[in-house]
Design a protein around this ligand. Sequence first.
Ligand code: SAM
Length: 218
Amino acid sequence: MPPAYPRSEERIRMVEQQIAGRGITDTRVLAAMREIPRHLFVPAPYDRDAYADDPLPIGNGQTISQPYIVALMTGLLRIKDTDTVLELGAGSGYQAAILSVLAKTVITIERIERVAALARANLAAIVAKNVQIIIGDGTRGYPAGAPYNGILVTAATPQIPAPLTAQLGEGGRLVAPVGGRSLQDLVVLERHGSRFIEARHGGVRFVPLIGEYGWEEN
Ligand code: SAM
């Protein structure tokens, strides 16, 4: 049994109202969102609002995504407990923690060293043993861990970085916010041999993915 973290009533309400209430029915995703204590991933003073329906600042100009968006993107990956998943943009480590409940192995890449240190400390606090944090440019992917059953991009990209599609395994799914610097479409790619089936799931707003196959720094 996982430890029962404080503020469980707020998490139950968050899942009921913001996530199940908006049509997400995947019971594994709902259970993971009830289990992981989001308030431990949000620095003070914002931690008091950790279960509100909002993204929140985590320092260094970065954000932890709105709970609904975390649940939506996680559900779109359709993760199995034998899967290896790559995340771009570790941020607070919260999304990686949710993935760690659902997948066998999670590799998450973060380009800002201080943010990666925050993610590492947060994930250690909840003893997420199946998450590896890599510091670097995630737009190049992480060939050492490929092929991936799922790839989740948690920052806005002008196009899907080519190295990521190359590292996606057969039948694998990639979820990414693709579009402009301030507004994007949530795109899902599913790999079938050399064919990629694309679907779009509405508008989202993410901070930019900065790197060789993403946006330039300024
Ligand atoms: N998944 C995070 C969480 O659960 O808190 C939220 C991610 S935040 C919206 C986007 C993150 O992507 C930031 O921490 C940012 O530094 C990082 N990032 C931007 N470009 C990147 C790149 N090329 N490689 C890796 N991380 C990148």
